[in-house]
Design a protein around this ligand. Structure first.
Ligand SMILES: Cc1cc2nc3c(=O)[nH]c(=O)nc-3n(C[C@H](O)[C@H](O)[C@H](O)COP(=O)(O)O)c2cc1C
Length: 212
C-alpha cells in the first residue's frame, strides 16, 4: 500500500466502555542491520493488529520493502514533508501519534537511542517520539554492534529511557551480522511481538483497555 494513503481516521481512543477493536500499532525501524528483519516483524504484528510502519532514511538501506505485508503503509521522512503543503494541512508525525495505541521501535539504533534521550527530533521517527503521549506504551528493541552496546553512553541512555517510561526489549548475545560475537543483537521479532501482546493482554484483563 502506498504511503500517500490518508493517515487520519476517526477511531475510538483506548478507554473502558468502548467497543473492543484491534490494537493500532506503529512499528518503526532505525538504521541497524537488524532492519533486515523488519518485514518479519510487521508480519508478526499484522496477524493481530492494525499496523503502520515508519522508517528512518538510514534504515531503508536494510529494509526490503517487498517483504512488508501488502496492507502495511511504510512512512518515510519524505512523506512527512510531501504530505504538508500549507497551514491547516495535517502534520504526519502528529497524526501518527494520535492514531497509534502503541509504538514499537525495532530495531533501535544507537543514534536514534541517543536522539530520543536528548529530546532531538530531526526526522519522522524522532518527531513522533518527541510528541508521544506516555500514557500509551512505547517499546524499544535496540540492535547494535557489541562495541556500541558496551560503550558507556548506552548505559546512560538506557537509564533515561527507563525514566521516560519506555519499555526495553533487551538485545541478545550471539554471532552478529558483522561477524563479532557478543551482546547487541536485536531480540527476535517473535519475542518482540509476544512481549507487546502479553503486555496489552494483561492490561485488558485489568480493565485498562478496550483493545483486543
Ligand atoms: C552497514 C552498516 C551497519 C550498521 N549497523 C548498525 C547497527 O546494527 N546498529 C546501530 O546502532 N548502528 C548501525 N549503523 C550505523 C547507523 O546506520 C548510523 O548511526 C545511522 O546514522 C543511524 O541513523 P538512524 O538512527 O536515523 O536510523 C550501521 C551502519 C552501517 C553502514
Amino acid at each position: 500500500m502506498s504511503s500517500s494513503e490518508p493517515v487520519s481516521e476517526e477511531t475510538e481512543p483506548m478507554h473502558v466502555n468502548a467497543a473492543p477493536r484491534k490494537p493500532q500499532i506503529l512499528l518503526a525501524a532505525s538504521g541497524s542491520v537488524a532492519g533486515i528483519k523488519f518485514g518479519n516483524l510487521c508480519h508478526c504484528f499484522s496477524e493481530w493488529a492494525e499496523v503502520r510502519a515508519v522508517a528512518t532514511t538510514a534504515s531503508l538501506h536494510f529494509i526490503d520493502r517487498a517483504s512488508l505485508p501488502k496492507d502495511v503503509v511504510l512512512y518515510t521522512d519524505d512523506d512527512e514533508w510531501s504530505s504538508w503543503k500549507k497551514i491547516g494541512d495535517n502534520v504526519l508525525h502528529i497524526e501518527l501519534c494520535r492514531w497509534a495505541d502503541i509504538m514499537v521501535i525495532a530495531p533501535l539504533s544507537a543514534n536514534t537511542l541517543g536522539k530520543i534521550v536528548g529530546g532531538l527530533c530531526d526526522n519522522l521517527l524522532t518527531c513522533i517520539v518527541r510528541a508521544w503521549d506516555y500514557s500509551k506504551p512505547l517499546f524499544v528493541a535496540p540492535a547494535m554492534n557489541t562495541f556500541m552496546w558496551n560503550n558507556p553512553f548506552t548505559e546512560r541512555h538506557l537509564m533515561l529511557i527507563d525514566e521516560l517510561g519506555i519499555s526495553l526489549v533487551p538485545p541478545v548475545t550471539k554471532r552478529l551480522a558483522c561477524g563479532d560475537y557478543g551482546n547487541g543483537a536485536m531480540a527476535e521479532p517473535s519475542v518482540i511481538y509476544s512481549t507487546v501482546r502479553l503486555f496489552l493482554e494483561s492490561k485488558t484483563q485489568q480493565g485498562g483497555s478496550n483493545i483486543q
